[in-house]
Design a protein around this ligand. Structure first.
Ligand SMILES: *Cc1c(COP(=O)(O)O)cnc(C)c1O
Length: 441
């Protein structure tokens, strides 16, 4: 079969009338963007290329990607080690369905992940994004009890948690700015505040009351750091106590490591700070180094074994077309190889130290409520009132972009979670622009 050459097509396309218009103009005609009120924010910035920690727009301006494009591209944009692994994969096996078939990169990725995940994790289930990894984890927990003839209908989750935008994930999430119109259509979830060092007993008490009065299937949480809530930290000791309580009461625990996974908190997974291992873990985002949508729900043998039966219907009948896409698996394998390479480890340690020094420097500033850091995460709460997507927040966002830094404040929280490959100078520029932003109000 003969196909037209790509080069001919490119020349032809670039001479058309539409191609002469700016992308940001053409965007307005047919596109609907996520998390956007288009009446107030009609303008989107067109990004035409990216390299390392930098994004370039269609005017040629550059921006430091201070949040690693939603915490995904931790090894830098267009990292050749990863793009080459994907290119090789693309020429060998592009895609094959994952029911009835398996393939080399999925097998190798499962082996690699089980080596680095907490010890009790034994099985890897694939999905294609964070929310669907969460859906699978919730369905696993509910069916785990169903298969044991134990009907349970309640989940326990933290206030202000974020777990995604599909219905199960939305139910577990406690951020009303996303869930508002759907509140009446959600799963049954009971909520507790996150434990701080001095509130562990109060939270435990509330937790026990919920367990007593409900038929609880699972406790789902973002371990140690609630990302979308504004990089809020809580007590590992407190979380451990809650997990232990679940153990005692026979309730499954689900760690949502979609944001925290792959080194962000200083360890490969935030769960490593805990004494008790979760039964189920959800991974996505940096899993594929930001190169491809893919996600994983891993679990212990105890969970997996509850699905083994002579009855077909006790199996886990959940699938997405693109489960275990070979391109995503190839990116993930290459990413894991980089994660603990000497080069990346050095960068991770450098960023951690630099963040700590920056926090010490600005902590007492009269416009700052608190400043905190863990691993490569740095967050600063300002002493201003600001809605999650309100005007003060927009002003800060615009200011950072004018400075050539992509930071997306959440309400009154400014945070950065840069790619590990960010240079010392680029990191310094983020700090400088945060300090300058304090003079804005
Ligand atoms: C981003 C995120 C999700 C949802 O992942 P999507 O790929 O956006 O569906 C779930 N949990 C946490 C902690 C996240 O940060």
């Amino acid at each position: 079969m003969k196909f037209p050459s790509l080069q001919d097509r490119e020349i032809e396309n670039s001479m058309s009338d539409t191609a002469l218009k700016k992308l940001s103009e053409r965007d307005k005609k047919h596109l609907w963007h996520p998390l956007t009120q288009h009446k107030i924010h009609p303008e989107m910035l067109a990004i035409t290329k990216a390299k390392g920690a930098l994004l370039y727009d269609e005017e040629g301006n550059e921006y430091i990607d201070g949040i690693a494009s939603w915490y995904t591209v931790m090894y830098g944009h267009c990292n050749p080690f990863i793009t080459q692994a994907m290119a090789r994969q693309m020429e060998t096996l592009d895609f094959v369905m994952f029911s009835g078939f398996t393939h080399r990169t999925a097998v190798e990725l499962s082996e690699r992940l089980i080596e680095i995940l907490p010890n009790n994790q034994e099985k890897i289930f694939f999905n294609d994004n964070g929310s669907t990894a969460i859906e699978a984890s919730i369905k696993m927990a509910l069916q785990y009890y169903h298969n044991k003839n134990d009907k349970r209908d309640t989940l326990i989750a933290f206030e202000n948690g974020f777990h995604g935008d599909t219905f199960g994930a939305m139910s577990a999430s406690g951020l009303s700015s996303y869930n508002g119109p759907f509140e009446d259509f959600l799963l049954k979830v009971e909520r507790i505040p996150v434990p701080q060092e001095d509130t562990i007993d109060i939270v435990l008490e509330k937790f026990e009351a919920i367990i007593k009065n409900n038929s609880c299937a699972a406790f789902i949480f973002e371990p140690l750091v609630q990302g979308a809530a504004g990089m809020k930290f809580h007590s590992g000791k407190g979380l451990d106590a809650l997990i232990q309580k679940c153990r005692e009461k026979g309730i499954l625990t689900i760690a949502d490591e979609i944001m925290t996974g792959f080194g962000k908190t200083g360890k490969n997974f935030a769960s490593e700070y805990l004494n008790h291992e979760p039964d189920i873990i959800c991974l996505s985002k940096a899993l594929t180094a930001g190169m491809f949508p893919l996600s994983i729900t891993s679990c212990s043998l105890e969970v997996y074994n509850a699905f083994l039966s002579d009855e077909v219907s006790k199996g886990f009948f959940h699938a997405h077309t693109f489960s275990a896409h070979p391109l995503g698996c190839a990116a993930a394998l290459a990413g894991i190889e980089l994660l603990n390479s000497i080069e990346i480890l050095e960068r991770r340690r450098y960023i951690e130290k630099a963040h700590q020094q920056f926090v010490s420097k600005i902590e007492g500033h009269h416009k700052i409520e608190t400043a905190r850091t863990m691993g490569v995460i740095l967050a600063i709460d300002l002493k201003i009132k600001s809605e999650r997507y309100g005007s003060q927040r927009d002003r800060l966002y615009s200011y950072f972009m004018e400075q050539g830094v992509n930071l997306r404040p959440l309400g009154n929280t400014i945070y950065t979670l840069p790619p590990y490959v960010i240079t010392n100078e680029q990191l310094q520029k983020i700090y400088d622009s945060i300090e300058a932003a304090l003079e804005l109000f």
